[in-house]
Design a protein around this ligand. Structure first.
Ligand code: ADP
Ligand code: MG
Length: 353
């Protein structure tokens, strides 16, 4: 059973009237003139972060991935809580972790108001819950995409995925492979599979791999949640989601909830200079399937193109039009420069399949 099948079967229940329950980036609970937007994310050592990651970055990321879910609803952060299961009480480590956490909390006006702390015999576990406010009828829900909408994505995609793959690759193997393997595959390769991308990265000369890691690492370890953009898109965008598990998979959640299909242009995918310098098949694999991007993917009617431009300007975060929503069963087609659909699209991240 997939992660999402498991959640649907065991934890999704019909929500009481007026309440948005399981299935979106946040739940919405009515609370006076606006609704409370609430989301929880769990981070486990060895699964979501390396044990030796810089604690200040980890503190930042633990809150960032949660703020990203508020952004995806168009909600304004109000407060957060922090659950900590700690293998040991290391004061210097905790001071750095707290510095990263509070700095981001201060940046977005999201004070830490509670939590729980225990000892852990199984590595470090973090659980953050965020509370935000949004006008319920105007929240950016996953089920609001309509045929004819443009599909947009903020910032750039794929950097975090490349950084993660480089960090996972064994440095010695990478150096040895560089002697015998040509790192430049033919551009005729339409799309790398995940394992092909790993093999290509491992075959990079050590200096090139180090440069690529230096260019992409910040996006993995210190993602910037698009909180301002999410709020600026309220009343402008139809549906939105944050890209945590890969663009195709996360856009797939919008399509499934909205009952429509999407057509994307591969050449339109926004790439950082570091990714744009990679072979197209490698960059596209990371951009379409790579997790941890924490960009917003959203849909908006064509008539709102100017309004989207104003929202991105106000937020200081660019967005790129990458395709459109069309009628049909929930699937995404990605077209190359000749209008031909790409095959072998990456599936995105699922904890159980
Ligand atoms: P996101 O990537 O936006 O954090 P997820 O993919 O983790 O969302 O989860 C999908 C949906 O399932 C969300 O609405 C989330 O709140 C819900 N969900 C996940 N795990 C559980 C659980 N154990 N109990 C109830 N709801 C859950
Ligand atoms: Mg989300």
């Amino acid at each position: 059973m997939s992660e999402f099948g498991l959640i649907r079967r065991h934890f999704q229940r019909p929500a009481p009237a007026g309440l948005l329950g399981v299935g979106d980036d946040c739940a919405l609970i009515p609370g006076g003139s606006s609704a409370w937007a609430i989301s929880t994310d769990l981070l486990l050592e060895g699964r979501h972060f390396f044990a030796d990651v810089e604690p200040e970055s980890l503190g930042h990321k633990a809150l960032a991935v949660n703020l990203s879910d508020l952004a995806a609803m168009g909600a304004a952060p109000r407060a957060c809580t922090l659950g900590l299961a700690l293998p040991r009480a290391d004061d210097a480590w905790l001071a750095a972790f707290a510095r990263g956490f509070h700095a981001l909390a201060d940046q977005w006006g999201c004070p830490l108001v509670g939590g729980d702390t225990t000892r852990s015999d199984h590595g470090l576990t973090l659980s953050v819950t965020v509370f935000g406010a949004v006008s319920a009828p105007r929240a950016l829900r996953r089920d609001a995409a309509r045929p004819g909408d443009d599909v947009w994505v903020s910032g750039t995609l794929g950097d975090a995925d490349i950084a993660l793959r480089l960090l996972l690759a064994h440095p010695d193997r990478r150096a040895a492979a560089a002697i015998t393997t040509d790192p430049a595959p033919s551009d005729a390769t339409p799309l790398f599979h995940g394992t092909g991308l790993d093999a290509w990265l491992q075959a990079l000369p050590t200096a090139a791999a180090a440069r690529l890691l230096a260019d992409t690492r910040l996006r993995l370890e210190r993602p910037e949640p698009r909180v301002g953009l999410g709020q600026a898109l309220v009343g402008v965008a139809h549906a939105a989601i944050d890209v945590s598990d890969g663009l195709l998979q996360d856009l797939g959640h919008i399509l499934a909830a909205s009952g429509c299909a999407a057509s994307l242009q591969a050449d339109a995918l926004p790439l950082s200079p570091a990714l744009a310098a990679l072979p197209a098949g490698a960059a596209r694999c990371a951009a379409l399937g790579g997790g941890d991007a924490y960009e917003l993917c959203f849909t908006a009617p064509r008539a709102h193109r100017d309004a989207v431009a104003r929202a991105t300007q106000r937020a200081g975060v660019p967005a790129t039009r990458i395709g459109s929503i069309v009628a049909g069963v929930p699937t995404t087609t990605v077209l190359d420069a000749h209008g031909q659909p790409l095959s072998g699209l990456p599936r995105g991240f699922d904890h159980f399949s």
